[in-house]
Every structure is written in structure tokens, then in C-alpha cells.
Design a protein around this ligand. Structure first.
Ligand SMILES: Nc1ncnc2c1ncn2[C@@H]1O[C@H](COP(=O)(O)OS(=O)(=O)O)[C@@H](OP(=O)(O)O)[C@H]1O
Length: 347
């Protein structure tokens, strides 16, 4: 597979969400809590446009939570309790960019036995030289039995990430949210376009030579979607059984179903179920219902679920053809058929 592309390292620019490295100067650990408790909590039910996440409202203890007892949230969701200890993560959402990683993280952190960093730490790609103690400090405090998590979607395409994560803890559980690579590429482009409206069209960027139909696989929007290529790198370090592949499509159509798999994989009781979700017609996506404490329902922010530009159907067709062999290889490697070939439209 290496020979199929020979692609280089993922460029640093064009990131996903506000990263922890970009919120420096706040002191270790503080940045996360601050960002998470930003002042966008006016009951709008959404985070700010670019925070990528939910409204960072602090939450009180959930009814029935056994405060202080092992395995309980004991103080609730996103706030940082002043007890417990900071631990390195036991599970990571490593990708893929624009796959639905924020939706997954927000859903899993509704589980009382999961605590997660709100912002992307980018430790295994950009901040590795800061060391494991820096990384540990970024984490929320947990009680015994609680799982610490973070999500940084660029890990999946970072050559060094598997080795680095393996050297932190070889039993780290890895979660990858995958989405039809054609739609993912358009979503990625849409995000860049929202920040740099002057960039060329998707159709222009997608080709090295459009007349010859030569796809530009060095463009990160396209390269990230060659999942089989990246997965090969991870399988050098981790057995397949340690990696869970979540369908980004089903995370939207059946969030509770996907969350059942995630909880099983993490060895958690199935606590996040249908009851936690409702479909918000205005947003056009599932949102988290009013949590059991006093905070409001939460949809993801405006940077999630953007309207994609209309792409020339011929370009879509060519991209589908380009990805097909890689998708098939990915299905074979994972033993899962994500059925991207069967989709009629791309959004
Ligand atoms: N519940 C819910 N609400 C809103 N959006 C949802 C949800 N579930 C999945 N998605 C899809 O998530 C896409 C963004 O993916 P990521 O969160 O991985 O993006 S990022 O890489 O962190 O920037 C985002 O992509 P776009 O629609 O292209 O904006 C969504 O389609």
C-alpha cells in the first residue's frame, strides 16, 4: 500500500478545531476548562461557530450519581472536579477529520464513567516534544474506574502517531470514525472554504490533470480518505481488535446503535442509549437531550453540519472510482462493509 501513494506527512495547516497547542499561555490543564466554560452559554443550545463543540455550560451532578464513589462522575460532565487524579488516556478518538469525531466525543462523555478533554490536545502530532507530563496535565481528573479520553482526528494520518501511542501504552483503545471519503473530502474543503473563501473550487483542487482524469492524491482533502493506506501504518503497532471503526453515517442515522458498540468496546455499561438523543429538525442532526442535570439540550455548533457546495457530478463520479479500490481494501482489512459504494448522493 505504501507504494500506492508514497505520500508524505500531513501538513500542519488547515486543522480541524481549535487545538490545545493554540490555546497556550493559560497554564497546563487550565486552557481546557476555560475554553469549555466559555461564555457562549446563553441558552442557545449550541457552541460558538468555530469551537466545534457543544455549548460549554458547566454541569451539576447528575441525579443518582454516587458522588465520590468509584466509577461515578460525581460532579458531572464537562466540569473539572477538584478530586480524583489526572491520568493518561486509556482510549483515543484518532480520526478521521470530518468523520463525526466531535459528535462521538460529546456522546461518549455523557457516560458517567468517561471524562474527556474538550479541546484537541494534538499531543501525538504537534505537541509531542512537550512530554507525557504535559499531556497528563491536560487531562481532566478521574476517579478509579473512569476512562480518560481525548480526540485529535489528525492522529490517524500522522506517521509517528501509532508508534508514539504504543510507547505510551500498548493497550490504548483506538476509535476511528470513518465516513464516505468523497463526502469527507467535500466536508474538509467546505471547512477550508469557510476560512479562506478565495481558494480555488473543489473541482480544480481535486485534479492534477482534469482532462486526463488524474486525481490529486497529494491534496490532504483527498489523501485523508485513503483509509486503507493510513490503517496499514496503525496495524504495524496495534491489533485490529484494539481499534473500533465507527460509521460516521450511522452516527447520524442511528447514534444510539453506534454508541452501543462504542460502550461495549470500551467495556462500559450501555448507559448512553436512545434516551440521550433527539433529532433536531432545525439543526438537521441528532442532538443530545437535556442531560439529567439542569443544563439545556445541546446540538453541536455551527461548524458541524455545514452546507456543502454543489460539486460537479462528473467529479464526484471520478472520485468514487478513485476511492473504490481503497475502500474495498479497507473493508477487507477491517472486516466491515461501510457501503459507501451504495450511496446515491454525497450529502
Ligand atoms: N450530531 C451531529 N451534529 C452535527 N454534526 C454531526 C453530528 N454527527 C455527525 N456529524 C458530522 O460531523 C462532521 C464533522 O466531523 P468532525 O467533528 O470529525 O470534524 S472535525 O474534524 O473535528 O473538524 C460534520 O460534517 P459536515 O456536515 O460536513 O459539517 C457532520 O456531518
Amino acid at each position: 500500500l505504501r507504494g500506492a501513494g508514497g505520500f508524505g506527512q500531513e501538513p500542519r495547516g488547515d486543522t480541524t478545531e481549535g487545538a490545545l497547542g493554540e490555546a497556550e499561555g493559560r497554564g497546563p490543564g487550565q486552557g481546557v476548562a476555560e475554553l469549555w466554560r466559555g461564555d457562549s452559554c446563553g441558552g442557545r443550545g449550541e457552541g460558538s461557530a468555530e469551537d466545534g463543540g457543544h455549548c460549554p455550560c458547566p454541569r451539576g451532578p447528575a441525579p443518582g450519581a454516587r458522588a465520590g464513589s468509584p466509577g461515578s462522575r460525581g460532579g458531572g460532565g464537562s466540569t473539572t472536579p477538584d478530586y480524583g487524579e489526572k491520568r493518561l488516556p486509556q482510549a483515543l478518538i484518532i480520526g478521521v477529520k470530518k468523520g463525526g469525531t466531535r459528535a462521538l466525543l460529546e456522546a461518549i462523555r455523557a457516560h458517567p464513567d468517561v471524562r474527556a478533554v474538550g479541546t484537541e490536545p494534538h499531543f501525538f502530532d504537534r505537541n509531542y516534544e512537550k512530554g507525557l507530563e504535559w499531556y497528563r496535565n491536560v487531562m481532566p481528573k478521574t476517579l478509579d474506574g473512569q476512562i480518560t479520553m481525548e480526540k485529535t482526528p489528525s492522529y490517524f494520518v500522522t506517521n509517528e502517531a501509532p508508534r508514539r501511542i504504543h510507547s505510551m501504552a500498548k493497550d490504548t483503545k483506538l476509535i476511528v470514525v470513518v465516513r464516505n471519503p468523497v463526502t469527507r473530502a467535500i466536508s474538509d474543503y467546505t471547512q477550508t472554504l469557510s476560512k479562506k473563501p478565495e481558494i480555488p473550487t473543489f473541482e480544480v483542487l481535486a485534479f492534477k490533470n482534469r482532462t486526463l482524469g488524474l486525481i490529486d492524491a497529494s491534496w490532504s482533502a483527498i489523501r485523508i480518505g485513503i483509509y486503507a493506506l493510513h490503517l496499514e501504518n496503525w496495524l504495524q503497532y496495534f491489533p485490529l481488535s484494539q481499534i473500533l471503526f465507527v460509521s460516521g453515517e450511522r452516527l447520524i442515522t442511528d447514534p444510539a446503535g453506534e454508541m452501543a458498540k462504542v460502550q461495549d468496546f470500551l467495556g462500559l455499561k450501555r448507559i448512553v442509549t436512545e434516551k440521550h438523543f433527539y433529532f433536531n429538525k432545525t439543526k438537521g442532526f441528532p442532538c443530545l437531550k437535556k442531560p439529567e442535570d439542569s443544563s439545556a439540550p445541546r446540538c453541536l455548533g455551527k461548524s458541524k453540519g455545514r452546507t456543502h457546495p454543489k460539486i460537479d457530478p462528473d467529479v464526484i463520479h471520478r472520485l468514487r472510482k478513485f476511492y473504490k479500490p481503497f475502500n474495498v481494501m479497507f473493508y477487507q482489512m477491517t472486516g466491515q462493509d461501510f457501503q459507501w459504494e451504495q450511496e446515491e448522493s454525497d450529502k
